[in-house]
Structure formats: C-alpha cells, structure tokens
Design a protein. Structure first.
Length: 433
C-alpha cells in the first residue's frame, strides 16, 4: 500500500488545489438508487510489490492512499496514521477525503456509467441496431458529525440535455427517524428506490417505468424501526423535476411501508455480491396522489389527477433473489373520465458461479386501460451477468457485463415498446467507481 505523509503546509496546499470543497443510488444506485438511489440513494485487493517507508505522520499531516482498497476498508488497518486529513482513491471506493478532527467530515466522489449495444426487430416491422451511453452520473456526497448530516448531488450528463437528478440534505439523528429535503427519488415503488447500479437487469423494466412516481422536490421522513419495519412518507412539489416553468400544482403525497419479519432486506437486487449468505423476506405497500398539468394529444395543457397504490414482495436466500411488484392506478383529466390501469412484474436471479456468473429472468404485464378490451402489454426477459474478479478481487457491481434477450408483445404502441411482437438483445457494460 502506497501511503504518503506530507508536511502540514504542503498538505493543505494540495488539498485546496486538488480536492474540491463540497449518491448512489445505486439505485447506488446507485440509482443506486443508484439511487441512489442514489439513494442511493448504495463493495480485497492484491498486495502491492513495495511498501512505503515506515513514516509516522503527525496528526496535522495529510495521508494520501493511492492503492485500491477493499470496499468498506480502513486505510489505517496496517498501522498508518489514524488522525489528520487523509485521501483514499480506488476503483471500488472512488475518491474519499476524511478529516476525523473536523466533526467527522467526509467528502466522496463516484461515477456510475453504462454503455450498451442494442439490436432487435419487430415481426412484420422494422429492425434496429444502435450503440448508446444512457448513463453518465458523477456522484458527490459529503457528511459531517459522523453521518448525522449528509448532502448528495447527482447530475445526469448522458444525452443532449444534461440535468440535475438529485440534490438533497439528510438529517439522520437516529435510524428510526430521519428527514430528507431536496430533489430525489420518491419512495412509492421498491424497484424505483433500488439504485440503478444495483439492478440485475439492464434497466428497471417497462412496468416500473410506467407506474413509478418519478423524482420530485419535497420533504420526506423515513426510518427503520428495529429490523422488522421500515417507512417513508413525504410531501412533494408534484411537478416532477422536468415540470414546466411556472407550473404550481397542488402538493403530491407519497407513502410506503415495509415489513421485514426476518430482518432488513437490502434494495440491492443482487445482495449476495456484498452480503455473505443473505436471507430475508420483505413485504411492502405504497401509494401516491398527484394533481398536475400535462400536455394532451392536441398539445393543450390540461389538469391530470392520478391515484395509485402498489404492493411488493421480495425474498432473498443465499445466491437466490426474487422480487415482484403489482400496481393499480386511476387517472383523469379535466376533459375526460377516470381511466383505470394495472401492471405487475416478477423477477428472479441466481448465481451459478458465486460472485462471478448470474442468471436472471423477468416477466411483466400491463393493462393500460381496464375500460377498453385492447389486450395486455407483455414482456419476457432473460439475462446473463458476468461480474469481474481479478487476482481474487471481486469487483461486484463496480464492473460487470450483462447480456439480455427480451420479447415484448403489445397491442398498441406503448412507450419504448412498438406495436406487435418485438425481439430485442442488449449487451451492456456497467461501471461504478
């Protein structure tokens, strides 16, 4: 491990030049999720050939650690200085600045990105083949007072129009009660809360994308009571982060509760990557009500009211993980009747080679309008995920390659799913630094 102790004068000069003052979530991320999330808002390295001289830095020196460290490890494990400003940098942990004397201050920089190649064809229709980088998200987070106050900033730089996804402040006096203020993922759907960097598929799927409440700006109370109950309840602006300027709809209310009779179940959809022999059951329910202005088919702005409820079930047993969600939603506009719809999905994943090779599958079903017998939008997907292991270092979610085949059948054009039967193959590289 390369550890450098700098004199205090030089150390603070370097800090001011190289370290900016300032999730995941994973659903990290990092959503996630990665969120995120990120959110997030939520991972054994080869020994180096040479070791640093046995210097004894003073408490006012800056310690810079440049070798990769195991996720969650402490650079002081080998006897380096335990006080004074320190910087650690690795592919697994990103960049972290820690100042124990300054109220337990930490500042972290991470990056989540995807690159994918997609090819497919619709029966009786056209074919598609394209390369895309749908995700480039720097994640900046800082905390003080040993995590009691936390700030997370996460923009999306992919695409032609970069935008700010998350910017929130957390106040966490106790695990049973905490507050979040700012712009972030609403807690209605379990799949939407799961960070993108911790998914078993290349995306959350058409069911989650259709029924989730999206990101919004507001205030949320959340907590975990013991190991058997979780809750999140919030009041939001209601316009979403891409709402029209000047739009001031009534507040949106969102709530979610989870019962975990056998202990907390992580939102990570591949929990055995980070937890040894995970086991648990989670049963959740959520709902939201929203009244906002939307653009109708004629391009006119009309008021739209949406009431939605959902439930989810997740089961984890060692290398096997299962999750499912169901939703019921009613919508109406100023000029139209209430329209009812429902959707559900179920997915499962299992490691056939621990920490390296995972197989997963997902099925989804949506009835866009219960009042019209138009048929069901269906999706069936299977994926093979390869997680990098080098020199006995398991990179897990930090570097992986996924190959997915998807079959979609829709009686109408529905979002990214064209009308008819579509076969689609996605090859996706995922990195989380």
């Amino acid at each position: 491990m390369a550890v450098f102790a700098l004199p205090a004068s030089l150390a603070y000069a370097q800090a001011s030049e190289d370290v900016p003052a300032g999730e995941v979530e994973a659903e990290a991320e990092t959503e996630t999720e990665a969120e995120t999330e990120a959110e997030t808002e939520a991972e054994a390295v080869p020994e180096t050939a040479t070791e640093a001289p046995p210097a004894e830095p003073s408490s006012s020196d800056l310690v810079v650690v440049t070798d990769p460290l195991p996720a969650g490890s402490d650079a002081t494990a080998s006897g380096e200085a335990t006080s004074g400003p320190r910087i650690t940098a690795s592919f697994i942990e990103g960049v972290r600045v820690t100042v124990p004397e300054a109220a337990g201050f930490t500042f972290e920089v991470h990056l989540a990105t995807w690159a994918r190649f997609v090819t497919g064809a619709t029966v009786g229709g056209g074919a598609e083949a394209y390369f895309d980088v749908p995700l480039v998200r720097p994640i900046l987070q800082t905390s003080v007072f040993d995590g009691m106050f936390r700030i997370l900033v996460q923009p999306e730089l992919a695409g032609p129009n970069p935008r700010l996804l998350d910017l929130h402040l957390d106040f966490v006096p106790d695990r049973a009660f905490a507050l979040r203020l700012g712009q972030f993922r609403t807690p209605y759907s379990r799949a939407f809360v799961a960070p993108l960097i911790q998914l078993t598929m290349p995306d959350r799927g058409i069911v989650s994308d259709t029924f989730r409440a999206d990101r919004d700006t507001g205030l949320m109370a959340f907590g975990q009571v013991g190991d058997v109950f979780e809750y999140s309840v919030g009041v939001f602006d209601g316009a979403a982060i891409d709402g029209r300027a000047g739009d001031t709809p009534p507040p949106m209310a969102v709530g979610r509760v989870v019962v975990t009779p056998y202990g907390h179940v992580p939102y990570d959809q591949v929990p055995s990557l980070t937890i040894e022999s995970p086991r648990g059951l989670a049963i959740g329910a959520g709902g939201f009500y929203r009244d906002r202005n939307v653009q109708d088919a004629a391009g006119m702005m009309v008021g739209q009211r949406t009431a939605s409820v959902g439930g989810d079930l997740s089961l984890v047993e060692g290398p096997f993980a299962f999750t499912s969600e169901g939703f019921y939603q009613e919508r109406s506009t100023d000029s139209g009747p209430w329209i009812a719809s429902w959707g559900a999905f179920a997915q499962a994943g299992v490691f056939v080679i621990p920490q390296i090779l995972e197989l997963s599958a997902r099925g989804g079903w949506i009835d866009p309008d219960l009042g019209v017998d138009a048929g069901i939008v269906q999706s069936y997907e299977g994926a093979l995920n390869l997680y990098l292991v080098v020199d006995d270092v398991a990179y897990g979610h930090h570097l992986s390659l996924g190959l997915r085949y998807g079959y979609f059948d829709s009686p109408i054009p529905f979002g990214a799913v064209p009308q008819g039967s579509t076969h689609r193959v996605t090859l996706q590289l995922r990195a989380w630094i």
